[in-house]
Design a binder for this molecule. Structure first.
Ligand code: A2P
Length: 294
């Protein structure tokens, strides 16, 4: 399987998206600019943020500097952001998205996602994304944290099919049913927190693969994502780890090893509907991620 940091997947509207990029959930606004600059300097070409992360302006700053410093153009970077829960609804999503573009210092994003399926609002939010897409302010649109019931709802009522569903995904949480549904419907599964926010790195079973391939556990997991056909966006605020996480293109896991990691799945989620009282209550959600470093 020949993969590189420039490998792209083709989304269902024909847009090409890098399969590997930087995620910035749990990165402070202050650190976001530097993380984005280190990532782009080290070959990353996709950045994933969200208004909910509180770091769009830091990402925008880092993006602008990195594009200039590396002689790149805006089109060379694939930028994803998401509609904040508190902005959901048709008018509100459209209006507030303009502010997101300003914070990011761009006039379009490459992928815009509905961050969470907020009850009674996500269908209107989806219509807003369709409008934004038709206006050319998002090159592709998708969803995040949508289970099968809610995906079916979007497919039934929407006029555009989501290109991506971004879900919690790691060796202990492989979203088998959702992945199968996405595959059937030509929707790409993208992993948020591919390292389980760091927790999966301590799973002792993965160390043998690290030893076998002379890589770190983080690198084994990220390579496994790519070989599974998953879009992956590891987060780090450290330059050495940002480099390390991208150094996964000089080895290949055997089919047996991919399968063994597949068998670790116990659908163990850190966040899911009802796990947090935030659901339908954006402020509650924000409290639940208040461990963001500063
Ligand atoms: P830090 O940002 O301090 O480097 P995920 O991508 O699943 O959300 O995981 C991110 C978490 O894993 C962060 O806590 C990050 O810490 C840590 N992390 C990212 N890359 C590595 C790595 N290569 N080795 C160890 N920890 C890592």
């Amino acid at each position: 399987m020949s993969l590189s940091i420039d490998s792209k997947v083709t989304l269902n509207n024909g847009v090409q998206m890098p399969q590997f990029g930087l995620g910035v959930w749990q990165t402070s606004n202050k650190n976001a600019s530097q993380s984005v600059q280190w990532a782009i300097a080290n070959g990353y070409r996709a950045i994933d943020t969200a208004k909910q992360y509180g770091n769009e302006s830091g990402v925008g700053d880092g993006l602008k500097r990195a594009i200039a410093d590396n002689n790149l153009n805006r089109e060379d970077i694939f930028l994803t952001t998401k509609i904040y829960d508190g902005d959901q609804g048709y008018d509100s999503a459209i209006e507030n998205f303009e502010g997101q573009l300003k914070a990011l210092q761009v006039d379009y994003v490459d992928l815009l996602l509905v961050h969470w399926p907020v009850t009674d609002k996500y269908l209107d939010t989806w219509r807003a994304l369709e409008t934004i897409y038709k206006e050319g302010k998002a090159r592709a649109i998708g969803i995040s944290n949508f289970d099968i019931i809610r995906m079916k709802d979007i497919l039934k009522h929407g006029s555009i099919k989501p290109a991506v569903n971004q879900m919690e995904f790691n060796p202990l949480c492989q979203e088998d049913d959702i992945k199968a549904f996405c595959d059937e419907n030509n929707i790409y599964l993208e992993a948020w927190s591919p390292l389980g926010s760091g927790s999966v790195l301590n799973d002792s079973r993965l160390q043998k693969f690290a030893d076998k391939y002379n890589k770190t556990v983080a690198q084994v997991i990220l390579r496994w994502d790519l070989q599974r056909g998953i879009i992956t966006i590891p987060k780090s605020i450290h330059e050495d780890r940002i480099k390390q996480n991208a150094d996964i293109f000089d080895f290949e896991l055997s089919d047996e090893d991919v399968q063994e990691i597949n068998n670790y799945n116990i659908e163990k989620r850190a966040i899911w509907y009802g796990d947090f009282y935030w659901y339908g209550n954006p402020e509650g959600y924000r409290d639940s991620v208040s461990h963001i470093e500063d």
